[in-house]
Ligand binder design. Structure first.
Ligand SMILES: Cc1cc2nc3c(=O)[nH]c(=O)nc-3n(C[C@H](O)[C@H](O)[C@H](O)COP(=O)(O)OP(=O)(O)OC[C@H]3O[C@@H](n4cnc5c(N)ncnc54)[C@H](O)[C@@H]3O)c2cc1C
Length: 404
C-alpha cells in the first residue's frame, strides 16, 4: 500500500515513521528543499521538544484551540511518550525548571538526526522540493499533483503546517474540509505611547495581567521590552485572546498587577503598616513588594510621590495612587510583535471534521491530518511540538491499520 505524507516537518516525519512497516511504502512530499526546517530553528536553535509530563487534564489547558480534541489524542501519545521515543533513540533529554524539555545537547540538530535516521531505517522515501499543488479524490485513493509529476496514494496524511493566509490551504480545496481563517497566536504587546518602555530589561517573576473588557487574565513572569511588554504572562494572554485581539486590531488596555501575590487591600495594608514601622525611611530607598528599584521609582513618580519623601509623609491620596499603580497599572496596547522564539498560527482545518481517535477525515476514508495544519495551537513551552508528535503518531498508526 502506498501512503503519502504532505509536509516534511515534525508532524510529517512522525506520521511517516508510524505509518511505516507491514510492507507499506511511505513517501514524504516536501515543497521546500529543506526538511524539518522549523525544528532546526525552534526554541532558539535548542528545540523545546515537549513539556514535562503532566496529567492529560492539565496538559490540555495549555491549548487555546483544541483542548477537548487533544484530550482524546493524548490518551494515545503524550509528553512521556515523546520523551521515551527520543531517549530510546539515543537523544537524552533534560527538563528545565519551568517544565520545558530540551535535548541535553542544547542543539535541535539532535532531534532532526533522530527523526531522519529513523526515517531512513524504515526506508521512507523523502521527496524534497516537491510541493503538492492539488489533491484530487480518485475513487478510494488520492492523486497528488505537483510540478514534479503526479502521485497516486492509497492513504494520505496532510501535515503541511500552518499558513498565514487562508489561500495557503487552496491545494486541498477538493477535499471540502472547513478551514478556520488563520490568525497569529503567541505575540508580545506593543505599547508605543507608554513611557514604561524606558525600563526595558526589567522583569517581574509573578505579575498578573488582564485585558480590560474581557475575562482574559494570566499570572506569570513579565518582561518590559523596548517596544512594550512580553514574558509568559503576556504570551499566554496573546494565545488565549488571539481572536479577540485580532478583532480589536490589537488595540486594548492591559491591566497589570506587578506582584500577583498581592491584591488591592494587601498592598494598602502593607504600605500603611510599613509607614508606621519605618516612618523616616525614604520611599525611593526602599522598594517594596519585590519590585525592582527602577520600576518602583517609576511607579512612585506616576503616583506623584517625590522621591525624597519619607514613608510617614505620604498623603492618603499618594498612598491610594501608589496602590492603584501597583495593583491595576493600565497600559495602552497598540499593535503586536511576533514572538520569534516560537510563533504559531491559530486556525486551519476545523477539528470538528476530524476524528480525534484516528485523525481521519470524517468525510473521506484514508485521509488524515496531523500537526499545525489543524486548528490546534498551544502556548509556549513545548506544547506545539507535543501536538505535532501526538497527532502525527495517531495519523500514522491509524493509516497503517486501515491499509492492512
Ligand atoms: C521560530 C519558531 C520556533 C519554534 N519553537 C518551538 C519550540 O521550541 N517548541 C514548540 O513546541 N514549538 C515551537 N514552534 C512551533 C512548532 O515549530 C510548530 O508548531 C511545528 O513545527 C508544527 O509542525 P508541523 O509539522 O505541523 O508543521 P511545519 O513544521 O510547518 O511543517 C510543515 C511542512 O509542510 C511543508 N508544506 C506545506 N505545504 C506543502 C505542500 N503543499 N506540499 C509539500 N509540502 C508542504 C512546509 O514547507 C513545511 O516544511 C516554533 C515555531 C517557530 C516558527
Amino acid at each position: 500500500m502506498k501512503i503519502g505524507v504532505i509536509g516534511g516537518g515534525a508532524a510529517g516525519y512522525f506520521s511517516a515513521i508510524h505509518a511505516s512497516g507491514k510492507g507499506n511504502k511511505v513517501t514524504i512530499f516536501e515543497k521546500s528543499p529543506k526538511l524539518l526546517s522549523k525544528v532546526k530553528v525552534s526554541g532558539g536553535g535548542r528545540c523545546n521538544v515537549t513539556h514535562r509530563p503532566l496529567e492529560i487534564s492539565k496538559l490540555v489547558k495549555n491549548y487555546p484551540r483544541g483542548e477537548k480534541f487533544l484530550k482524546k489524542v493524548f490518551r494515545h501519545f503524550k509528553c512521556e511518550d515523546t520523551i521515551d521515543w527520543f531517549e530510546s533513540r539515543s537523544v537524552p533529554l533534560k527538563i528545565e525548571a519551568d517544565g520545558r524539555v530540551f535535548p541535553c545537547s542544547d542543539d535541535s540538530q539532535s532531534i532532526i538526526d533522530a527523526l531522519q535516521l529513523e526515517a531512513s531505517k524504515l526506508k521512507i522515501e523523502v521527496k524534497a522540493s516537491t510541493g503538492i499543488k492539488e489533491v484530487q479524490l480518485n475513487g478510494d485513493s488520492y492523486l497528488l499533483i505537483s510540478d514534479k509529476g503526479e502521485f497516486l496514494v492509497d492513504a494520505l496524511i496532510i501535515a503541511g503546517g500552518g499558513y498565514p493566509k487562508v489561500e495557503g490551504y487552496a491545494f486541498m480545496s477538493n477535499l471540502k474540509h472547513k478551514i478556520i481563517s488563520p490568525i497569529p497566536s503567541l505575540f508580545t504587546f506593543n505599547t508605543p505611547q507608554e513611557p514604561i518602555k524606558k525600563l526595558m530589561g526589567i522583569s517581574m517573576p509573578d505579575s498578573h495581567v488582564k485585558i480590560e473588557g474581557t475575562k482574559l487574565n494570566y499570572q506569570g513572569p513579565l518582561l518590559i521590552t523596548h517596544w512594550g511588554v512580553s514574558g509568559p504572562a503576556v504570551l499566554k494572554l496573546s494565545a488565549f485572546g488571539a481572536a479577540w485581539l485580532f478583532e480589536k486590531k490589537y488595540q486594548a488596555k492591559a491591566i497589570i498587577n506587578w506582584n500577583g501575590d498581592f491584591n488591592e487591600q494587601k498592598y494598602l495594608d502593607h504600605l500603611v503598616q510599613y509607614a508606621k514601622s519605618h516612618p523616616n525611611r525614604k520611599v525611593s530607598n526602599y522598594a517594596l513588594f519585590e519590585i525592582p528599584t527602577r520600576l518602583w521609582e517609576y511607579l512612585c513618580d506616576k503616583s506623584e510621590i517625590d522621591l525624597n519623601q519619607t514613608f510617614n509623609s505620604l498623603s492618603k491620596k499618594q498612598i491610594n495612587k501608589l496602590v492603584q499603580n501597583l495593583f491595576c497599572h493600565i497600559l495602552s496596547v497598540n499593535g503586536k510583535t511576533t514572538f520569534k522564539e516560537e510563533f504559531v498560527t491559530a486556525g486551519g482545518i476545523s477539528i470538528e471534521e476530524v476524528n480525534p481517535e484516528t485523525m481521519e477525515s470524517i468525510f473521506h476514508p484514508n485521509l488524515y491530518f496531523a500537526g499545525e495544519v489543524l486548528n490546534i495551537d498551544g502556548i509556549t513551552g513545548g506544547f506545539n511540538f507535543q501536538a505535532a508528535w501526538s497527532t502525527g503518531y495517531l495519523a500514522g498508526k491509524s493509516s497503517v491499520k486501515i491499509t492492512i
